[in-house]
Design a protein around this ligand. Structure first.
Ligand SMILES: [Zn+2]
Length: 277
C-alpha cells in the first residue's frame, strides 16, 4: 500500500505524521561516525507483514565510505516503533513451533556450551523463546528480554523469567555467562550501544552469541541476482553487516570472536560466538 492510498483521518483526530517523519535521519555512519555516507540503493517494505502506512514504503540504504557499513538512512521514531510493535509475527510468539525450533536451538546451545558451561543465559529479543527453553535443558538459567509486552508475558506464562525492557537499561554488571543477540543488533539504531551493555552485563569469561544476515557472501549475491533478496525491504532492520565489519565491531567493544557458523534460523544469516575480554 502506498501512502497516497491511506484514508484521510477524521477532522477531530490529529493528522497522521507524514511518512518521512517516521525515521530520524543518520547524519553520519552509525558504526564509525564518519560523515561521508552515500545512498547505495532502495528497497520496497510496503509488502512486509508488519508494514504500517505511517512508514514510508521505500527504504533507502546507505553505505559508509570509511568502513563500508551498509545501513538505512534513518531509524524509527518512538511513535513509529510503537506502531510496528503493536503487531507481532506469529512465529515470534512464545512457544511457536516449539519442536522444530528446539532442533535449531539445540545446535546453537551445543556450540555455545563449548565455551561457557553454566550460569545465567540472557536472550535479548527472545521471540518464540526456543533458545531459552533449550538452554535450560543444558543447565543454563534462562532469562528473556523483549520489547513487546505481550511477548514477555507469554514467556512468563510458560515458566521462564522475562522482562519487557531495553538491554541498555539493565543494571546487573557481571550477572550473565551468556547473552544472545539473535537477530537483534541489526534492529538497533546504534549496535555499539548493545555491545557496550552486553560487555557490562557479562561475567569476565562470558560469551555473546550474535546472529544476523551476512550481506557479503555468495548466497546474498545470488538472492540479489534473482531479484529475490527480502532484506532490502526488511522493515525492522537498520543494518546489513558483513562478517569482517561485525568482527571489527566486536573487537572494538571488547569481544574476541571465537566461532563462525551459518545460521539455520533465517535465510542467509551468520552466527558468531565471541568472548568478553
Ligand atoms: Zn562507517
Amino acid at each position: 500500500m502506498s501512502a497516497s492510498t491511506v484514508t484521510p483521518a477524521a477532522p477531530t483526530q490529529p493528522p497522521a505524521p507524514a511518512p518521512h517523519d517516521s525515521r530520524l535521519q543518520y547524519t553520519a555512519c552509525p558504526l564509525c561516525s564518519a560523515p561521508d555516507i552515500a545512498v547505495l540503493r532502495t528497497g520496497d517494505c510496503s509488502r512486509h507483514p508488519l508494514y504500517k502506512p505511517v512508514i514510508a514504503p521505500t527504504m533507502v540504504w546507505m553505505r559508509c565510505t570509511a568502513c563500508q557499513h551498509v545501513f538505512t538512512d534513518g531509524y524509527f521514531t518512538d511513535a513509529a516503533c510503537a506502531e510496528i510493535f503493536s503487531s507481532t509475527n506469529p512465529n515470534q510468539q512464545p512457544g511457536a513451533a516449539f519442536e522444530q525450533n528446539r532442533y535449531v536451538s539445540a545446535r546453537i546451545v551445543e556450540r555455545v556450551a563449548r565455551y561457557v558451561a553454566d550460569g545465567r543465559w540472557l536472550d535479548v529479543g527472545f521471540g518464540n523463546g526456543s533458545l531459552l527453553f533449550t538452554a535450560e535443558e543444558w543447565g543454563f538459567e534462562p532469562q528473556g528480554l523483549d520489547l513487546r509486552p505481550s511477548t514477555a508475558a507469554g514467556l512468563r506464562a510458560l515458566g521462564v523469567d522475562a522482562q519487557c525492557a531495553d538491554l541498555t537499561t539493565l543494571d546487573a554488571p557481571g550477572r550473565y555467562s551468556v547473552i544472545s543477540l539473535a537477530d537483534v543488533l541489526e534492529h538497533m539504531p546504534y549496535p555499539g550501544e548493545g555491545l557496550v551493555a552486553a560487555h557490562r552485563l557479562l561475567r569476565e569469561d562470558g560469551v555473546v552469541f550474535a546472529s544476523m544476515p551476512n550481506y557479503d557472501c555468495a548466497a546474498w549475491r545470488l538472492l540479489d541476482a534473482g531479484d529475490a533478496n527480502p532484506y532490502w525491504g526488511e522493515l525492522e532492520h537498520f543494518h546489513n553487516f558483513s562478517r569482517p565489519r561485525l568482527y571489527a565491531l566486536l573487537e572494538e567493544y571488547g569481544f574476541e570472536p571465537l566461532h563462525y557458523a551459518v545460521s539455520e534460523r533465517y535465510r542467509v544469516c551468520m552466527e558468531v560466538i565471541a568472548r568478553r575480554r
